[in-house]
Design a protein. Structure first.
Length: 223
């Protein structure tokens, strides 16, 4: 049960890293587009430097920006060369043509996070093609109204387990704390969480109440 942070923001990533509860970072072109225009490669290198500052053992997913298998492989190899991060995972969207690139990269020993998966069959094809991670988009699955995200994750996990696949399910496209809970209960190995949910995940009014009472009683006793 691992939590990744779904962000390209350096401050948000560091706030999570210093608390030690994340195992990885997932970025995508839209998340990067929210950051200052410092240049894609320069910004990823800043994320890599931050991850190395905190031990260099967290996964980092960086997404290609092509649908052409040849270009995808070229971009992936370029990312490996310039980012020099041992836990780099190349994000490649699921697709008929993209499966060829996923297979080539996996056979070359490059970690692939197959992303934008919306159903069981996409996830299974990606896993069979060698993807290390299959990213199921929880809320976009719900938006599509063809499947229930819980069912998709439960079935995918069941079939991966039965096939003794090493692929791990990442549940992404999270829009609430309940989605996080439900995705883990459904069997996601990893949930990649937008940082705005971290504080709501940890705060509870009854916790505040209890701790206030403890300190009040203790201070009264000390007088
Ligand atoms: C995972 O990293 C995905 O890119 C991300 O969670 C997608 O979220 P969205 O559906 O809000 O774009």
């Amino acid at each position: 049960m691992k939590i990744f942070i779904d962000s390209a923001n350096l401050t948000e990533i560091e706030n999570a890293l210093k608390r030690g509860f994340i195992s990885g970072v997932t970025t995508n072109p839209s998340l990067l587009a929210k950051e200052p225009k410092s240049g894609f490669e320069k910004h990823i290198k800043k994320i890599v430097a931050l991850l190395n500052k905190y031990g260099g053992n967290k996964s980092l997913s960086v997404e290609v920006f092509s649908r052409d298998p040849k270009e995808i492989v070229e971009q992936a190899l370029h990312f490996k060369k310039i980012f020099k991060y041992k836990n780099l995972s190349i994000k490649v969207q699921i697709g008929w043509n993209e499966l060829e690139a996923i297979n080539v990269l996996s056979k070359a020993g490059i970690s692939v996070n197959c992303t934008a998966c919306m159903n069981v069959t996409q996830a299974l094809l990606a896993a069979n093609a060698g993807a290390k991670y299959v990213s199921l988009f929880w809320c976009r699955i719900r938006d599509g109204a063809l499947d229930n995200p819980q069912d998709v994750v439960v079935m995918t996990r069941k079939l991966l387990n039965e096939g003794k696949s090493k692929a791990e399910i990442i549940a992404g496209s999270i829009r609430s704390v309940e989605d996080i809970r439900d995705a883990f209960i459904a069997g996601a190995h990893i949930v990649t969480v937008p940082p705005k949910f971290f504080v709501p995940m940890v705060e509870h009014f009854k916790t505040t109440e209890a701790v206030d009472q403890f300190f009040k009683d203790f201070n009264a006793w000390q007088k």
